[in-house]
Design a binder for this molecule. Structure first.
Ligand SMILES: Cc1cc2nc3c(=O)[nH]c(=O)nc-3n(C[C@H](O)[C@H](O)[C@H](O)COP(=O)(O)O)c2cc1C
Length: 192
């Protein structure tokens, strides 16, 4: 069975609108993929600090980070669920990427530039935004980052499922937007 790596950066956990979209999509994909899941809110991931940086220079990397980087590199598909925070995504996700962007695991170099070592030809990014900001708006800085990291790691096509203006919608409107995104995700999952 092929492997799906899920990176869940929904800090509000049970309250998360983003997770309300992502969970049914993950469950559907779980029928055709072996799911390896990283729930970042439960992982207390820190940025690369002086101690971790010094250890990395000696070739010492936290076991969880090495394992996650290897899982990402080997994954057939990657799904990222993250709310829109401060015009991007939560810092926990950046810390996760910082810890798992590892030389000779997720990327290497060819003597003149960096070359990605990941295999996933498709990445699905699920998000919800408080303001009325669309994917690709210059104020939306999550997708450009994910595309740039995908270029470093050799990740393939990025599909974005997003709901917006969530903080200025009625509960009924929010439910309708979430249902529409779930339907979109289910359609993607069918032949993903
Ligand atoms: C810490 C924090 C930062 C946020 N920053 C932004 C922002 O910069 N722009 C925006 O449109 N919404 C912002 N929001 C609103 C969220 O994007 C919105 O409520 C989203 O639906 C939350 O997703 P969740 O329910 O999955 O946590 C922020 C919310 C929080 C809690």
């Amino acid at each position: 069975m092929k492997t799906l790596v899920v990176i869940n950066a929904c800090v509000r956990e049970a309250e998360s609108r983003t997770l309300r979209i992502a969970e049914p999509v993950i469950a559907a994909l779980g029928k055709s993929y072996n799911v390896v899941r990283y729930d970042l809110p439960q992982m207390d991931i820190v940025p690369l600090n002086p101690r971790l940086y010094a250890q990395r220079a000696l070739g010492e990397v936290p076991a969880w980070a090495r394992g996650a980087a290897s899982a990402i590199a080997a994954a057939d598909r990657i799904l990222i669920a993250a709310p829109f925070w401060d015009m991007s995504f939560p810092a926990a996700l950046k810390c996760f990427f910082e810890q798992t962007s590892l030389f000779d695991i997720t990327f290497t170099d060819n003597g003149s530039t960096c070359v990605g070592l990941c295999n996933s030809p498709k990445v699905l990014y699920i998000t919800t935004r408080g303001m009325d900001i669309s994917t690709g708006d210059p104020r939306e800085q999550a997708t450009p980052y994910l595309m740039a990291l995908g270029s470093l790691w050799n990740l393939g096509e990025l599909t974005v499922i997003s709901a917006q203006n969530m903080d200025y919608s009625t509960p009924e409107e929010i439910d309708a937007k979430i249902s529409a995104c779930v339907a979109e995700g289910m359609a993607v999952a069918e032949d993903w």
